[in-house]
Write a protein that binds this ligand. Structure first.
Ligand code: MGD
Ligand code: MGD
Ligand code: SF4
Ligand code: MO
Length: 751
């Protein structure tokens, strides 16, 4: 019998609504949900392959526990007993600082990640927290923390109303967008152009997005901060600074002016390899547009000046009056984002409250740099990481110098992976706890609704009932919380009850909350939902900015109301949120925070830099996602390949042939990889995608292993990072490339 069910796609940040066809408990088809209030039927090839990915025979069905050196199938009870014992021993002997946590990208795509990661970190009380953020967007968190006092106050492009979009280091036609949740990003860009708006793309590669643009500037990698600073200096020089209504809430404009003076278009042109006159035009056009947006992503973040670049993106918006206004750069208001509070000075944002043990890296947002994980495991002494919990992460492929991390993980006393696959990282675990496939999990976008270009709320229950031998991921993480806090064996529901009790207890004591003065026990009794996770969602929706407030606004949101609207509820376009959202000590947008101003000296050094080596950049493919979708046959092949893209001029100079083999050498090692000669990359730049390199033994990835590719991150040793955010430099890394004689192997790989 065939039926359909709705399911929000968890595979990228676009959060499209899908209609799944289900036959005998198996997803046989996925289409875009035409009635979804946000995605309106959009789907991409990954979403269309939801069924294959969901039903991948290599997904682990049950837990694995290491016995006599081998990972063997075990019961859930045996697995959690092994976790309690393994972590317990390390905790008793060496204390919490001898443990570490790795959190990967899907933790922000799952209900379990959103609801239980904070509780897990609270239970473990370790400072050794490493996540994909320091391989990605940490520079944005740091610039937002310093400017707005809140690391999660990240302005997003008001995509549907803007007249001018300046995009740096992002390729949403392949990525479908990031820190800008916008299902059908390509359609929204086409609509921008149709209404007479302008798209400007700054990217060393002529990407599919760049091909859609009115103007494409093929900048030299790593120099966006210089380009943006020069644009800011033009605004001051030509009297184009006009912050508008935001002016009343801005501080530090004069200080920014002083800093920008040294970065004229003429001063930066050669370093950026962009003519000074073109930079002036970029600045003038941005300032002249009725409503304009600057937006930077991975290519502006995982670079040497990542925090400065992300800061300058917002400075450009603020100085031209485009920050926090319709059609400009706006702050979404998520339905689970907490009740509205009156504007008041906050505690601000502090960096470097503690430092990593071995290299002394400052923490940022409670995290240490992912590049520091290997040395924290390897280096003897007090505080050495001996037990590690990895949730939804594959740092052996996603972080620099995977070979070193691979060796370090092998030396741990104990490791737990919560992961559906036995892959390059989880193969080192002593216990692997596999979550069910997405069809058997509920979905709510706790993280991405906070970055969405339209306020809306949608929730989907599991499309397929949980197989009896599986455990939902919320329960896995709740049981881990109990194991790690010495309560192994307790009822996992107590974890949800504890969170609900603590949250409501705080709310009833807060005069700004809609439930101030009420009785927390009574409020708890009124919560609905089939599971602890649903009761927590109900609580957050009710307490949220559109919430029913436990009776305060009977028309407001509750879980029941959201369930009654299976295609979602539209909550309207983004609206201005400053000053209410500010948590800086001054109560203003601090345009020139001290740590950022201090980092400008380092940028001055880059004015004179002229690289004499090729610079490596990454790329993404529409049918791929980081390291974990290479095991789905429908997504593999065609142009989704691990090749080194080289410009024809560079290829000719180096004697490289299309389809031939090259040796690439970087700080961290060398690789042999098939060459793809294409003028889609600029001269002086080569591009290799990440997430490949599936040739390690002991994994269970039959499809990926058949066409493993190479791990680009082996070229990077992790010594280069953006100092303020601890983010690894993954783009703009110097490499040497030499031609290798053509062999049979290279021909088959390259074809
Ligand atoms: N050179 C280079 N390196 C990069 C990047 C780059 O552009 N260039 N990009 C960086 C970026 S932006 C990121 S975000 C990181 C990503 O870094 P990671 O998060 O470490 O890498 P992923 O490949 O996303 O790994 C996701 C893991 O989660 C597992 N998983 C999938 N679904 C679930 C689930 O529902 N529950 C659980 N528990 N696990 C699940 C997968 O099997 C996989 O092991 O990589 C970074 N690395
Ligand atoms: N299909 C697909 N979708 C994905 C993912 C995926 O792996 N595949 N990953 C997801 C994740 S985790 C993330 S974070 C997002 C990322 O989303 P995006 O940031 O949109 O994706 P990228 O393709 O990494 O885009 C980065 C661009 O920066 C360019 N670039 C490199 N160096 C520089 C530089 O110095 N300056 C400038 N201006 N540009 C530079 C690169 O050429 C590339 O085109 O995508 C998400 N969606
Ligand atoms: S764009 Fe992203 S969310 Fe939408 S279907 Fe594709 S992978 Fe899923
Ligand atoms: Mo990412």
């Amino acid at each position: 019998m065939s039926r359909t069910a709705l399911r929000i796609c968890p595979l990228c940040e676009a959060t499209c609504g899908l209609t799944l066809t289900i036959e005998d408990g198996t997803v046989t088809r996925a289409r875009g949900d035409a009635e979804d209030v946000f995605s309106r039927g959009f789907i991409c090839p990954k979403g269309a392959s939801f069924g294959e990915l969901d039903g991948d025979p290599d997904r682990l069905r049950g837990p694995l526990v290491r016995r006599d050196g081998q990972l063997r199938e075990a019961s859930w009870e045996e697995a959690f007993a092994a976790v309690a014992e393994g972590f317990g021993e390390v905790l008793r002997a060496y204390g919490p600082q001898s443990t570490g946590v790795v959190l990967g990208n899907p933790t922000v795509h799952t209900v379990a990640g959103a609801l239980f990661v904070p509780v897990l970190l609270g239970a473990l009380r370790t400072r050794n927290v490493f996540t994909a953020s320091t391989l990605d967007q940490m520079p944005k968190h740091v610039s937002s923390g310093l400017m707005y006092g809140d690391a999660f106050a990240i302005p997003v492009p008001d995509l549907d109303r803007t007249d001018h979009l300046l995009m740096l280091g992002a390729n949403p036609l392949d990525s479908n967008g990031s820190l800008c949740t916008a299902p059908d990003f390509p359609g929204r860009l086409r609509a921008l152009r149709r209404r007479g708006g302008k798209l400007v793309v700054i990217d060393p590669r002529r990407t599919r997005t760049a091909k859609l643009a009115d103007r494409h500037v093929a900048i030299r990698p790593g120099t966006d901060a210089l380009l943006l600073f020069a644009m800011v200096s033009v605004l001051f020089d030509e009297g184009l600074v006009a912050p508008g209504a935001l002016g009343a809430h801005l501080s530090g404009i004069e200080e920014v002016k002083g800093l920008a003076a040294g970065f004229t278009p003429e001063a930066v042109a050669e370093a950026c390899d962009v003519p000074a006159e073109e930079i002036r035009v970029l600045a003038r056009e941005f300032a002249a547009a009725p409503r304009a947006v600057a937006y930077g992503r991975v290519g502006s973040s995982t670079v040497e000046f990542g925090t400065l670049t992300n800061w300058l993106v917002d400075v450009l918006g603020a100085l031209t009056g485009n920050l926090d206004r319709p059609g400009g750069m706006m702050f979404p208001l998520s339905a689970t984002g907490g009740w509205k509070r009156p504007a008041a000075p906050g505690k601000g944002f502090a960096l470097g409250r503690w430092h990593s043990r071995v290299s002394g890296h400052p923490e940022a947002k409670g995290e240490l740099p992912a590049v520091a994980l290997a040395e924290e495991i390897e280096t003897p002494g007090e505080g050495r990481i001996r037990a590690l919990l990895a949730v939804a992460g594959n740092p052996v492929l996603s972080a620099p110098d995977g070979d070193r991390l691979d060796r370090a993980l092998a030396g741990l006393d104990f490791m737990v992976s919560v992961d559906p696959y036995l892959n390059e990282t989880s193969r080192h675990a002593h216990v692997v706890l596999p979550p069910p496939p997405p069809s058997q999990s509920p979905h709510f976008d706790y993280a991405f609704n906070g970055f969405a270009v339209r306020n809306q709320v949608r929730y989907t229950r599991p499309a397929v009932p949980l197989d009896p031998d599986r455990m939902c991921e919320t329960k896995i993480l709740a049981r881990l919380v109990l194991c790690l806090s010495g309560q192994h064996g307790a009822d996992p529901a107590t974890v949800d009850d504890m969170v609900i009790g603590a949250t409501l207890g705080k709310a009833v004591a807060d005069p700004t909350a809609p439930v101030y003065g009420r009785d927390a026990t009574e409020l708890t009794a009124g919560l609905t939902g089939l599971t602890g996770a649903e009761r927590r969602l109900d609580m957050m929706l009710r307490l949220g900015p559109y919430g029913e407030g436990f009776g305060a606004d009977p028309d407001g949101l509750t879980l029941e109301k959201v369930l009654a609207h299976p295609h979602g509820i539209d909550l309207g376009p983004l609206s201005p949120r400053i000053p209410g959202l500010l948590k800086t000590r001054s109560g203003t947008v601090e345009l020139c925070p001290e740590p950022i101003a201090a980092d400008v000296a380092r940028l001055r050094g880059a004015l004179a830099a002229r690289p004499d080596q090729l610079l490596l950049v990454g790329r993404r493919h529409l049918r791929s996602n980081n390291s974990w979708m290479h095991n789905v046959p429908a997504l593999m092949g065609g142009s989704n390949r691990c090749t080194l893209q080289v410009h024809p001029d560079d290829a000719a100079r180096l004697g490289l042939a299309d389809g031939g083999l090259a040796r690439v050498t970087g700080d961290g090692g060398e690789l042999e990889v098939p060459v793809e000669v294409t003028d889609a990359v600029r001269t002086g730049v080569v591009s290799l995608p990440h997430g490949w390199g599936h040739a390690r033994p002991g994994t269970r990835l039959a499809v990926a292993g058949a066409d493993p590719g190479v791990n680009v991150n082996q070229l990077i040793d992790g010594s280069r990072l953006d100092p303020l955010s601890g983010t690894a430099v993954l783009n703009g890394c110097p490499v040497r490339v030499t031609a290798l004689p053509l062999t049979t192997a290279s021909v088959t790989q390259g074809d």
